[in-house]
Write a protein that binds this ligand. Structure first.
Ligand code: SAH
Length: 327
């Protein structure tokens, strides 16, 4: 729902100020459409139906994995594909993985999204409508900007949408923005965004040399600068930064590399999340044994580390698997 358009139409009709809140409260609470909004006059509901599309995205396809993960393919009004994921955990957590762009202009070698055609930045409404779609299925409590795209290339829209998430049940402390370390956006995020939104960094390598091989963006914004910005975030916000590290067999999973990682990251500032590689055709994933040995080194260095639970792999909904051949 385009909230600015809604506000404009209501103002044009001379509606009282509380109308906006009424409509938005129903929407954020998971209503299926305007007709459900029983405290809004029927004539107004009919007009909104015509003038303010209930969603800026059309659902094209939806699949549910054996573990309960739901992946939805949407289309924007001008035909760009967007995927988003609802992850269901046994402890009851419901986490949304949201996309900030259709496709991604960066070309990380291990990520399927980087191999599809880049479309464009999504608007705040298009990001919010992904979340609202899942809110209509069930209650939700976490969100990660880890779907398609690089959030720091579209920071304003990402933050504008994130600001509305508490109305859907997702507090800022349960909202995480993940980045490759796109410095201009990251700097602004650290300096300007006051909400206690969490930060995750896709690191994947302990040295510039290897990181540049895996993630060409590293040539532009090297490790030292990106980590410096993350430290600034920790100092200003008093929250740790999550470091994502996808485990690639024989590439970045050796014990020496774990030691280098432990030397690089201050345990007071960073928490590492080791991600089992989800097949995209280019690499081999590390064995569970190699992941355990890697984690062991981090544990001994007292660098907090967890292994990410893989969700939705059988429907290609897992990290790095979101990709659509744009038609
Ligand atoms: N562009 C941002 C947001 C996307 S987050 C970023 O990269 O941080 C998606 C996460 O999944 C990133 O940490 C990414 O590196 C990771 N990822 C990409 N491809 C993967 C794969 N094939 N297997 C596991 N994780 C992958």
């Amino acid at each position: 729902m385009d909230r600015a358009l809604l506000a404009e139409r209501l103002a044009e009709r001379g509606e009282p100020a509380y109308r906006f809140d009424q409509v938005w409260r129903w929407t954020a609470g998971g209503a299926d459409g305007y007709e459900a909004m029983t405290n809004v006059p029927a004539a107004l509901r009919a007009e909104l139906e015509r003038e303010v599309p209930f969603s800026t995205l059309a659902v094209e396809r939806e699949a549910e994995a054996r573990d309960g993960t739901v992946k939805t393919l949407f289309r924007t009004g001008d035909g760009h594909p967007v995927e988003a994921v609802l992850m269901r955990y046994r402890d009851g957590r419901r986490s949304l993985c949201l996309s900030s762009q259709s496709g991604c202009p960066l070309t990380c070698t291990f990520c399927a999204t980087g191999h599809m055609r880049f479309g464009r930045n999504l608007s705040a409404s298009e990001i919010l409508d992904q979340a609202l779609h899942f809110r209509r299925i069930e209650e939700v409590d976490h969100a990660v900007f880890m779907g398609m795209g690089e959030p720091m290339l579209n920071l304003d829209a990402v933050v504008e949408s994130a600001r509305c998430l508490p109305d859907l049940g997702i507090t800022h402390r349960r909202t995480t923005i993940s980045t490759v370390g796109w410095l201009p956006g990251l700097r602004r995020f650290v300096d300007e965004v006051e909400q206690p939104i969490r930060l995750a960094l896709s690191l994947h390598a302990p040295t510039d040399e290897l990181r540049s091989e895996l993630m060409p963006v590293n040539d532009r914004y090297p490790l030292a600068d990106v980590l410096g910005e993350c430290r600034r975030y920790v100092e200003l916000r008093r929250r740790k930064v999550f470091v994502e590290y996808v485990m690639l067999a024989g590439v970045n999973d050796r014990v020496e590399q774990a030691r280098a990682l432990a030397d690089l990251l201050d345990p007071k500032m960073f928490k590492v999340n080791l991600i089992p590689y989800n097949p995209t055709g280019m690499f081999e994933g590390s064995t569970p044994k190699a992941i355990a040995a890697f984690k062991d080194v981090l544990d001994r260095a007292r660098l907090p580390a967890t292994v990410r639970l893989t969700r939705g792999r059988d429907i290609a909904a897992a990290c790095g698997q979101l990709a659509v051949s744009a038609t």
